[in-house]
Design a protein around this ligand. Sequence first.
Ligand code: PLP
Length: 513
Amino acid sequence: MPQTPGITYRLALGCLIRLGQILSSKEDAGRLLEKVPERSEPLPLRRRGSPRPTGGGAPAANGHWSAINAWLISGDWGSGPAPGRAGRSAGMWRAAVRALRGGGAGAGASRSASGAAAAQLRRRLESELEDIRGAGTWKSERVIASRQGPHLRLADGGAGIINFCANNYLGLSSHPEVIRAAVEALEKFGAGLSSVRFICGTQSIHKDLEEKIARFHQREDAILYASCFDANAGIFEALLTPEDAVLSDELNHASIIDGIRLCKANKYRYKHMDMQDLEAKLKEAQKHRLRLVATDGAFSMDGDIAPLREICQLAQKYDALVFIDECHATGFLGPNGRGTDELLGVMDKVTIINSTLGKALGGAAGGYTTGPKPLIDLLRQRSRPYLFSNSLPPAVVGCASKALDLLMESNAIAQSMAAKTQRFRSKMTTAGFTISGKDHPICPVMLGDARLASVMAEDMLNRGIYVIGFSYPVVPKGKARIRVQISAVHSDEDIDRCVEAFTEVGRKHGALP
Ligand code: PLP
């Protein structure tokens, strides 16, 4: 409830008005007001019977009320500032109107102002949306009416669509055991915690999952987040100070870029996977206390894998730490699916791993950081997306936990995905297409021309194959492509149908001879 000023306050206000009339000169009134300290924040109004505010002196020290007084004293009660009127009077008028709006003293004014502001905002948003449409970068969302999986039913009636554009690399998103684990966790631990972790949001399943993640990656400890985006947003700010430096691959994921923006460390951006440039930047960064090299393990637009061996060698030479984002590697790269560091034999050289539970590991949601225990302890104290966001829902924890169990029991699923990837890549290359990257289930079919990528993707859907075309600004100009993502649950027949459709569509649109 807004509080009303007390009687003494209103009396003081009346006196001020009267004084203003006596002074009659606006200049005098202005001079008087100069003695009244202004505040940018509204002073809390005094409760009836509570002590008079101290420090501000007169009641007019209240930002709202001093502005209202100023307006009253100025004598411009009806009209507001006339065009061309002296600045002081105009400023007083504006301050008073602002005060009335902000202070709740004029609810009507506030309502009409917000109506105008809302209309202005709507016009601005509509124009921005038009610009996005005009630039051809509008992202539309296809509505799926079935579970995530290799075969989809679309809400607009399309059925039996073969899906080649999910990050469901291991096909665990709809794995029966993963779903059962989610249902069990939901029943046993409820829908959610209604709390952040450090207040009353930590359940035994959260601790179990963190322990399991650390074991999976062979690290000391792990911390869960609502997403890997959050893990990336939280780590740099918590870890690095203005005394430190972070060196980041120019094609790192947006969440790494944003996380780095949030921290106060010195920032260096090296050319994509360019070790000469990284070395030059490392030399430059020697003056800082600590250096952290940050890279995606596997890059999602190209399916290329960071040269971690070389990165780790340089890090050793220039006394730097290595951070990798393993969203497109965890669960399937390397002999046991541990990720890029396992694939390239540098598990003991990478210090920090961030990854997602929202892709290969069940696909529900969630992210994590795993690494040295003191780092994880510090993140629990300092990382803002962890401290100020709700705990991961039990069903989500159940999915990820079961996915990890399945992967730790056997690497059969990961191997199946690798075999399907190999089948697709070699058949497409034989058909005459250029596939970017190497041995990764992200298989970008390089087309160059943006329009070609878009019409071919559309035509693929007409043939029941769901793939997505990417063009500038998501990828560099002239490097438009259709990104195909292979999953362990695609059958050989699915893969072959995809290759056949590409061949037909490619010939039709001139991408193949
Ligand atoms: N890092 C990379 C490389 C990603 O591709 C993504 C998701 O697209 C993220 C981080 C964010 O992961 P999440 O979906 O868990 O927020």
